[in-house]
Design a binder for this molecule. Structure first.
Ligand code: FPP
Length: 264
């Protein structure tokens, strides 16, 4: 069904159609995490102010969310604003917040229609009240949706998330001996969600930038030179096709090598 659902949206004979046909829908990444990067460079290449790159990035967000949901990805997490991003000029931060509000207001209907549950991860208490209100409404209106979970990381820091989790565990009265990795992950912002199988980063940078530090321990990383505003359905499909060709070993030797290592 997801293949037909996807093909209905793709031009016959297009590279997207060819990629979609390569995907094994039984082995989709349960969680795709994405570092959207390159908006500023996209704008600079066009002699535009940086914020125009962020504005253009909204189309990429829309297409990525809809394609992921149509594919049948369980969780999509987009890194939209880090704790460190407050260091940017005030006007850029303010435009980013306005764009975020606009996106949420305009897209809420599409999220509902596509059975997508919206959630914020990070420290939303650090955001302005009007932004928090918009986010809270979208969260509440999609709370009963059972399709893809769409996390947006806002005022997010992977290290802060780990500190917050430790604080929560202490507040819950856990003794050090009660804690193990599984129990600890129940205090993360992503409690109950699978760890990302696939981490995508745009604009060619080879960094994880304080994103989901605990959760990406065994994620497959796929980096594209494409700048975020140019990221489209084709790139997401390319990432998934590449992911499905990886030999995931989790520190072991993996099925291919295990077979070769068997005594004859
Ligand atoms: C990184 O590009 C991008 C960001 C810090 C913000 C991402 C935000 C959006 C795509 C728009 C709003 C998001 C949503 C979800 C509605 P950069 O500015 O660091 O680019 P550069 O490295 O080329 O300077």
């Amino acid at each position: 069904m997801p293949l037909e659902q996807l093909l209905a949206r793709l031009a016959p004979g297009s590279p997207e159609e060819a990629l979609a046909r390569q995907i094994d829908f039984g082995r989709l990444p349960a969680h795709v995490a994405l570092i959207m990067d390159g908006n500023g460079r996209w704008a600079a290449m066009r002699h535009l102010p940086r914020v125009e790159g962020h504005r253009a990035g909204i189309d990429a967000v829309r297409e990525t969310v809809e394609t992921s949901a149509r594919l049948g990805v369980g969780v999509l997490t987009l890194y939209a604003f880090s704790v460190e991003n407050w260091k940017r000029p005030r006007s850029e931060v303010s435009t980013l917040m306005q764009l975020l509000k606009q996106y949420v207001r305009l897209e809420i209907g599409t999220l509902v229609d596509n059975n997508i549950r919206f959630r914020v991860i990070g420290r939303p208490e650090g955001l302005a009240p009007d932004v928090r209100e918009e986010l809270a409404e979208a969260t509440a209106r999609t709370a009963d949706k059972t399709g893809m979970l769409f996390n947006i990381a806002l005022n997010y820091s992977g290290r802060a998330e780990i500190v917050d989790a430790v604080r929560q565990a202490i507040a819950a009265g856990l003794a050090p001996s009660d804690l193990d990795e599984g129990r600890f992950s129940e205090f993360l912002y992503t409690a109950g969600q699978p760890d990302p199988d696939l981490l995508i980063r745009t604009s060619g940078e080879m960094r994880v930038s304080n994103f989901l530090l605990w959760q990406i321990a065994y994620s497959e990383i796929w980096v594209t030179d494409t700048l975020w505003p140019d990221f489209r359905c084709r790139h997401l499909l390319e990432a998934i096709v590449a992911y499905q060709k990886r030999d995931r070993r989790y520190g072991g030797i993996g099925p291919t090598r295990a077979l070769a290592a068997q005594p004859r």
